[in-house]
Design a protein around this ligand. Sequence first.
Ligand SMILES: Cc1ncc(COP(=O)(O)O)c(C=O)c1O
Length: 369
Amino acid sequence: MTDKIRLTRPSLGAPELERVAQVLQSGMLVQGPMVAAFESAVANRVSVQYAVAVNTGTTAIHLALLVAGVGPGDEVIVPDFCFPSVANAVLFTGATPVLADVDPSNFNLNVDTVHRAYTERTAAILAVHQFGIPCDAPRLAETFSVQVIEDTACALGAMDTGGPCGGQTGLGCISFHPRKIITTGEGGMITLNDPESRDRLRWLRNHGMERVEATLHFAGVGHPARMSDIHGAIGIAQMGRLDDIIRTRAERAAWYREQFTDSKVVVDSEHIWHPGRVYQSLVVMLQDTIDRDAVVAELRSSGIEVTVGTWSIHQQKALATHCRFDAAELSGSIRCGRSSLTLPLHSDMTYADVCRAADALEKAGLRYV
Ligand SMILES: Cc1ncc(COP(=O)(O)O)c(C=O)c1O
């Protein structure tokens, strides 16, 4: 029996264990020094003034929308082809998610697709750097006169046209879920430059509690959304690995690219191999005529853990009823929802693993046309 090839696997080890042990020995499990140090390391990497850690990436988007002033009656443009929690984050504010189409060659929003979803009620745009591919957030921010929030959930370390993803529009959100570039188990962070928003985020994540000189008071309606120091400790150790993770994943992606040179199954797109991207996930499009779900099932049964790219939000009925969209405008997202496939990719994969996964994909794809 050949070994299973896992879809992903976080890089964790002695540095994370040592940092966590320090927290446990200190007895200071929340609001100790680890979260603050992790925030500084991320802010520095993203080239912003501040970062505020929270408990998940979805919470980071929710609270970023609140400090951007989004609320009931507003609309927020989100890509239809995306992890659906982005629509939940908009709904938590009382605003309406408006689902915009994506370009299947890079899975991202662009000026044209945003333009088609834009109305006088649009209060913000969630510019997702999908799977680590930069979405040209600076161009969106230049074109539309509302707050562009960068969803950098998958793109810590990636470079957009103007610099690091998450630092281009004044407000960005990161996730540290185990499928992301670095992980804290669960976790999120807001990256920003405005000190007033930073202060508001600090009480928003902490039940509304704010310290003024020696006293604590309640500044407003807050959330149970802090990151613990245990998670912060893992994050500091992970930041020490970030460059190595980016490099080893890119190396493995290049091996896949080499295998796909004459592929009749994988659609060739230069954008997938964007030089500034990070490989949070390697998602490819299969030719239209291929039955993607049959390919996924076959590869999984042979021990190669592949999955769909992500979901078309408007096809998730329970969520779609709360969103505004015109399905006729979402052909790019519908294609991605039908034909995208995530390949196994992580730093422990060998060249032989990549060849085996690529070869199995080619064979299965040709069988299920
Ligand atoms: C683009 C994007 N944004 C936000 C999130 C939410 O992150 P979390 O799972 O940390 O809440 C995800 C999670 O997969 C995501 O892919």
